[in-house]
Design a protein around this ligand. Structure first.
Ligand code: ASC
Length: 151
């Protein structure tokens, strides 16, 4: 077993649906960049899983495990970037993130849980499990975007 994915998984499972520690940002735009970078990296590792789930690319269980572990780990990161005052500038974040923050935090927790389950599904090596967990995770992305991200 490769040490890095294993360590990532152990950490992601340990964290469970808990939030990551707070970050310090000198300026609101640094917080925006931080969360956007986390989401961009997540997308880069989520999309090959989608290709496997849809049959656009062959099921490669080892690659799926690595991608899903990375997604499960990264799922903890962006939330710390939604600091007060970072609703301005180059962002699609809606004000509801701050005015309805308990619902936003619940969406984030649900997503971390979905991503942890995606990682477990990928580690089963079963394509059916991967498809199901990919779909559930994708629904979780969409649910949050529908309420909290501008078009
Ligand atoms: C992605 C991506 C998203 C989500 C979302 C799921 O690959 O970039 O924002 O999945 O489309 O509905």
């Amino acid at each position: 077993m490769k040490p890095v994915p294993h360590l990532l998984l152990a950490t992601a499972l340990l964290l469970g649906s808990a939030a990551a520690p707070a970050q310090h940002f000198a300026k609101p735009e640094d917080a925006v960049a931080y969360r956007q970078n986390a989401f961009n990296l997540m997308q880069a590792h989520f999309s090959p899983l989608g290709a496997m789930a849809s049959g656009k690319s062959p099921h490669d269980p080892a690659a799926a495990r690595l991608h899903a572990d990375v997604v499960a780990y990264l799922a903890h990161l962006p939330w710390a970037g939604f600091i007060a005052g970072s609703d301005q500038g180059d962002t699609r974040a809606r004000p509801e993130i701050w005015t309805d923050s308990s619902r936003f935090q619940q969406e984030a927790a649900d997503f971390r849980q979905a991503a942890a389950e995606l990682s477990q599904a990928a580690r089963s090596g079963e394509l059916g499990a991967l498809k199901k967990a990919f779909s559930a995770t994708s629904q979780s992305c969409k649910s949050c975007h529908d309420s909290f991200r501008r078009k």
